[in-house]
Write a protein that binds this ligand. Structure first.
Ligand SMILES: Cc1ncc(COP(=O)(O)O)c(C=O)c1O
Length: 379
């Protein structure tokens, strides 16, 4: 089926965070992580049905949603998820913050691997906790978890680690062995793992995502997994995510920490999630093929620009571009001047880098690469 990923849709007609930033300016928005594609047709139809019904009261998860999630986890990852482990939440960042509040106290440390999606760096501070940043290592030209460094860095005050897998911004999908070694350290030190796996259904390479909680029952018992259909099916504006927490004690702490301050999941979010998990697979497969081609085009384009470097992106639609060799004080501002709106690596604890979102029609990506190349050539 042709899902028309090539079609350029004018998003300036809707109040889009990504597009309104550059309203009235000739800047291609390639920053915040949503895609410029229409969601699967089945998702759109399900939302229309709901809108046509016309009553928008408080919802419960629709019949079949939990079963659809369970089937998805089983088929994709061989992970058997029990219904009672699933806690619905309105967002993954909400989940990161609840996890900090639930697991660590004021003055405790929360470990993160840097560079990292900025809410990982800000969440602990919301609860008077300290961020323990552990830089990712480079091995054979790619980023990996620096477990020696992690082991040396943790202290008795380190109560929680926020893992991002697949990793935003470096695009790694961590291998089973890396995750096993990492989990072993956490188990020994009694550190709870909160694993943000929101990008897990966007694996571009021929590798299988491993939910860290699926490694074994011990790891499962010490892990909060955050997932959502939002990134994959391009529905982040609908606010529907889940925390999967097998350990009953951890689950209670998580629920207590969110009580009274976290709103219901949106009615439309539930409806979209159900349609996405039930019917979205052919669309997802087509999307992955399109994103793969975009990634390859970008990789080829960036590799031909002297002063820029980009790693192979195993997963996500985000590229982490090293602009340090250009010696610019603010690469994101420089590329914005050149008509390409990127995320500033400094916000991820990666100064000198920029993050580019390639979840867009190929014509836009091609133009962005052209603008980047011309800007660097003019330097
Ligand atoms: C790793 C990661 N976690 C969470 C989010 C945001 O999730 P939500 O919108 O559900 O809070 C993003 C969005 O870019 C992300 O990349």
């Amino acid at each position: 089926m042709d899902y028309s990923f090539d079609q350029v849709i004018d998003r300036r007609a809707t109040p889009s965070l990504k597009w309104t930033r550059y309203q009235g300016r000739d800047v291609l928005p390639m920053w915040v992580a949503d895609m410029d594609f229409r969601s699967p047709p089945e998702v759109i139809e399900a939302l229309k049905d709901l809108a046509n019904h016309g009553i928008f009261g408080y919802p419960v998860p629709p019949d079949g949603l939990v079963e659809a999630v369970q089937a998805h986890m089983q088929q994709m990852y061989g992970w058997e998820v029990r219904a009672e482990w699933i806690i619905w939440i309105p967002g993954v960042v909400t989940g990161l913050n609840i996890a900090c509040r639930a697991i660590a106290g004021p003055g405790d440390q929360v470990a993160v691997f840097t560079p990292i999606y900025p809410p990982f760096l800000s969440a602990p501070g919301h609860w008077s906790q300290e961020v323990l940043g552990v830089p990712l290592a480079r091995d054979s030209g790619r980023y990996c978890l620096d477990l020696d460094r992690f082991k040396k860095a943790i202290t008795p005050r380190t109560k929680l680690v926020l893992l991002c897998n697949p990793h935003n911004p470096v695009g790694r999908s961590f291998a089973r062995q890396e995750l096993e070694d990492f989990a072993k350290i956490c188990l020994e030190a009694g550190i709870v793992i909160c694993s943000d796996e929101v990008h897990c259904d966007l694996i571009l390479d021929q590798i299988r995502h491993v939910p860290i909680a699926s490694i074994d029952t011990q790891v499962q018992d010490q892990t909060i997994t955050l997932m959502a259909p939002s990134k994959t099916f391009n529905i982040p504006g609908l606010g529907c995510a889940m925390a999967i927490i097998p350990n009953g004690r951890l689950r209670r702490r998580f629920c207590d920490a969110k009580a009274g301050i976290v709103p219901h999941v949106n009615l439309f979010g539930y409806q979209a999630a159900l349609a996405a998990y039930r019917y979205g697979e052919p669309w997802r497969q087509t999307l992955l093929a399109y994103l793969r081609s975009n990634r390859d085009l970008l990789m080829q384009g960036i590799s031909q620009i002297k002063g820029l470097a980009m790693d192979h992106v195993e997963a996500t639609y985000l590229a982490w571009i090293d602009a340090r060799a250009l010696g610019l004080p603010d690469p994101a501002a420089f590329f914005e001047q050149a008509g390409v709106g990127l995320s500033d690596g400094a916000d991820f604890d990666g100064p000198g880098f920029v993050r580019l979102n390639f979840g867009c029609p190929r014509s836009i990506l091609t133009e962005a690469i052209r603008r980047i190349r011309l800007a660097v050539q003019r330097l």
